[in-house]
Structure formats: structure tokens, C-alpha cells
Design a protein around this ligand. Structure first.
Ligand code: ZN
Ligand code: ZN
Length: 458
């Protein structure tokens, strides 16, 4: 088997790896590279192989950095199956359509400016109809059901514990076993099952997003959320929580439901103001097979993401009404890094009052509004208007859906035996990957951090 590491090499986004066995090519993932505009354009618009020659794609989970360039692949003549778990298929459908809308919207804005300046216009990376076409190629395979995507290669999905439907991908051929971790989650996170441990592996391809960082525990996070909510209730705050639509929003809802049942919320209303997060939450309810024991036993008795006081908003008018309501209230809205979406309107209406609270709930990339709030900027621009930041900003980093450094080392340690020959580290900035490499090598296992387009023969 020959593997070419194409994307998410020494970086986090754009996950894509080409496998070739007995002249049959297949891809593990086809993610969107998210970086500076010109660079992203160049990387996402071209593939270093002929899409027509690729027999199929196998997807670890729905996040766009793993699935988001599938419509371009299909647009460029890929005709094979796209294998994933049923929940991944359902979430990817929502995310790809949303992404296509954004690409169309962005390019329309860009082209308007270009035309005015007499400069050439561009086509979007892909359109809604390209995304719809890609969705037609999806094939659902349940966890633990082995399938044969190309001749003599056998693949099985195992729980990765990262987001609903996320999978580790076990690839078997010629008596060899290669495990692709996908994005790996953490133990004891609410809702989904923990990452599974698969033994007797020859080669491990492992993510390294947080190869050098340690998260706080879920229990610490619940306590932190509780004290912020109590503070907000006393100050009659609008508590704005920018949150990713998949998993982060549902985890927050689960935590708030617990606080409601403990009587901490009293009558503070909660609004989930995001059409995408609302649709994704509906997908969660359709996939109880992905729930951990605790969530499943709740699920058979009651709605896990519903309780008195929580309102899901899809309609734009109802979203606008929130601007004129006074606190205390909690608004969960996308996007998670405050880069777009309805959360911007809520920030405009709340950021300048010292009574209000903003809770950042995850990784904030440099250059984003979320990062500026995290870094304590006193003035920020939203839609070209300057705002003074008077609201109090909290950061709950421990809600991450990724394993931290200790989790990753423990994961390797628990699958390690004499059979494990090498670990390849992907999906991490170089500093994180190098730190993790040192820790894994201390276990006595050789580690490599492949560069973009590095080829290995297994
Ligand atoms: Zn992910
Ligand atoms: Zn990822």
C-alpha cells in the first residue's frame, strides 16, 4: 500500500490522504483547507491527482476540514462512492450545503466589487448544486461493519469520540492493519461514546491538534459555566455564547439542561439562535446509536436537548426580536469564532454594556473577532463599525472536542504492542506535532511527521 499525505500535514485543516493498492486509488477524506484567501483558493481548487481515477473516498467525520472539498472533487469528475457512518452522512449534508451557500454568497460580494473596479470576476469554489451532487455519492456504513471499498482492502469504522458519527478508520490488507485516528475525542465528554481502543495495529496515523496542550476536565467546565450563569443572573446579563453548530452547541445544551434541573437557571431563558445548529440538533436526535450510556438512558425517557426555558430559533424575525429583549438571558449562536452568522448581531447589541457577558467556547484562530475578544482588545470592528468592548469575556477552553496531549499519549500507550512499527503524526501545527513526537518516542515507538506530498510504502 502506498500512501501520499496531501493535506493536514504540519497544519490542521484540509485533511486529505491518497492510498494506492494494486493500482486502485482511494482517498481518506477530502477536506477544505482554511487559511489565507489566495493560498486557500490555490489549494482547494486543484488536486494533485486525477479525481476521475479515484475509486472512492472514506470519511472519518463531517467537519468541513475533512469533508468540505468533496463538492469540488465531484465537480472535477470524481464518480465513486463516499463512505461514512450514517450520522456523518446526515451532518455532512447540512454542512456542505451551508458551506456552498457561503461560497456563493462570498463570491457574489467579491464579484460585485471586482466589476465596479473593472476587474475580472470569479466562479465560486462550488455551488449548492455541486454540493447536492456530492451528497448523492454518500454511502452509509455502520460502526464495526467491515466493508471492501476496493478489491482486497477491508475497512471498518470505530468510534472516535470527537463529534456525533466520528470514526477511526481501520484499513486491512495483506495481513497488515493501519489505523487512521481521524480527529480523536476525549473520554467522559457528554453525549457521545468515548474513543475506542483498537489493538494489533501495524501503523498508526494519528492527529496531533493539541499535541502540546492539556485541557481542563468536563467537571471543571460545568462548575465554571454555573458560576458565570449565576453572575449573569445577578447582573441581568445577556450571556452571548458563540458556539460551533456541531457538538459544541449540543454539549452546552446538555450542560445547561443539568443546571436547569439543579435549579441554577431559575427563569433565565435560553435561545439557540442558529438555523444550522438547530438542524444539527435534530440530526443528533435521529442518531441515538451514537449516544453514550448516560445520554441513551435519558433519551429513552425524555428529549435530551429539550427542556422548559430553551427555545430554538430558525426564523430571522424571531432572531431580531432578541435584540430588544432585556436580560438575563443566554443566547447560543454561531459562528464559534465570531467570523459570521447571527452571533455578530447579538454582539453588536450587547458588547458595549458592562452588564453583559460573552463566553468563548473553543479554539479561536488568529485574525478572527473571537481571537481579538480573547486577547482583550478594547475596540473591535463588526461590519466595519467600531465597538468598545465593555462586556466581560470568558474563555472555556476545556470544552474542546479534541484529545489533549495526555489523552493522545495514553491512546498510543494503550494500543501499543510489539506489532506497532510506526506512528505518523498529521492534523497539527508543527510545534504541537513535534512535542507529541517526543512524548510518543519516549514510549519506544518511532514517529514521523510527514510533509505535504510525502509518500510512504507500507
Ligand atoms: Zn473534527
Ligand atoms: Zn479536523
Amino acid at each position: 500500500m502506498e500512501i501520499t499525505f496531501i493535506g493536514a500535514t504540519r497544519t490542521v485543516t484540509g485533511s486529505m490522504h491518497l492510498f494506492e493498492y494494486k493500482r486502485q486509488k482511494f482517498l481518506i477524506e477530502c477536506g477544505l483547507y482554511q487559511g489565507h484567501r489566495a493560498e486557500s483558493e490555490r489549494i482547494n481548487r486543484t488536486f494533485p491527482f486525477k479525481p476521475r481515477e479515484v475509486r472512492c473516498v472514506i470519511l472519518s467525520h463531517a467537519h468541513l476540514d475533512h469533508s468540505g472539498n468533496l463538492p469540488t472533487l465531484v465537480k472535477k469528475n470524481f464518480k465513486g462512492d463516499i463512505y461514512c457512518t450514517p450520522a456523518t452522512g446526515d451532518i455532512a449534508e447540512l454542512l456542505l450545503l451551508d458551506s456552498a451557500h457561503l461560497h456563493e454568497h462570498d463570491i457574489a460580494y467579491f464579484n460585485k466589487k471586482q466589476k465596479k473596479a473593472g476587474l475580472p470576476t470569479k466562479e465560486p469554489l462550488y455551488t449548492v448544486s455541486d454540493a447536492e451532487e456530492a451528497i448523492r455519492y454518500f454511502r452509509s456504513i455502520n460502526y464495526h461493519n467491515q466493508f471492501e471499498p476496493v478489491e482486497d482492502v477491508f475497512v471498518t469504522f470505530y468510534d472516535a469520540g470527537h463529534i456525533l458519527g466520528s470514526a477511526q478508520i481501520l484499513i486491512e490488507f495483506d495481513g497488515k492493519r493501519v489505523l487512521f485516528s481521524g480527529d480523536l475525542g476525549r473520554k467522559n465528554m457528554p453525549i457521545i461514546k468515548d474513543p475506542e481502543i483498537i489493538r494489533d495495529i501495524d501503523y498508526l496515523i494519528l492527529e496531533s491538534t493539541y499535541g502540546n496542550r492539556i485541557h481542563s476536565s468536563v467537571e471543571q467546565m460545568t462548575d465554571e459555566l454555573k458560576s458565570i450563569v449565576i453572575e449573569g443572573r445577578e447582573k441581568k446579563s445577556k450571556i452571548i455564547i458563540p458556539a460551533f453548530a456541531v457538538e459544541r452547541t449540543q454539549v452546552l445544551i446538555t450542560m445547561l439542561k443539568q443546571l436547569y434541573e439543579d435549579g441554577v437557571l431559575n427563569d433565565i431563558p435560553i435561545y439557540v439562535d442558529s438555523p444550522l445548529a438547530t438542524s444539527v440538533t435534530e440530526v443528533f436526535v435521529r442518531h441515538p446509536e451514537c449516544f453514550d450510556k448516560e445520554t441513551y438512558s435519558r433519551f429513552i425517557k425524555e428529549e435530551p436537548f429539550d427542556f422548559p426555558g430553551i427555545t430554538y430559533i430558525k426564523d430571522q424575525e424571531r432572531s431580531k426580536e432578541l435584540n430588544h429583549k432585556s436580560g438575563p438571558m443566554i443566547i447560543i449562536s454561531a459562528s464559534g469564532m465570531c467570523e459570521g452568522g447571527r452571533v455578530l448581531h447579538h454582539l453588536i447589541h450587547s458588547i458595549e454594556s458592562e452588564n453583559n457577558i460573552i463566553i468563548l467556547t473553543g479554539f479561536q484562530a488568529s485574525g478572527t473577532l473571537g481571537r481579538k475578544l480573547l486577547d482583550g482588545y478594547k475596540e473591535v470592528f463588526i461590519f466595519d463599525t467600531k465597538f468598545t468592548v465593555r462586556a466581560k469575556v470568558y474563555f472555556m477552553a476545556g470544552l474542546s472536542a479534541h484529545a489533549d496531549s495526555n489523552d493522545l499519549v495514553e491512546f498510543v500507550d494503550s494500543i501499543k504492542n510489539s506489532r506497532l512499527k510506526k506512528v505518523y503524526l498529521i492534523h497539527g501545527e508543527i510545534t504541537e506535532a513535534v512535542a507529541l513526537k517526543d512524548k510518543i518516542q519516549a514510549l519506544g515507538i518511532p514517529v514521523e511527521i510527514p510533509e505535504c506530498m510525502a509518500r510512504v510504502e507500507l
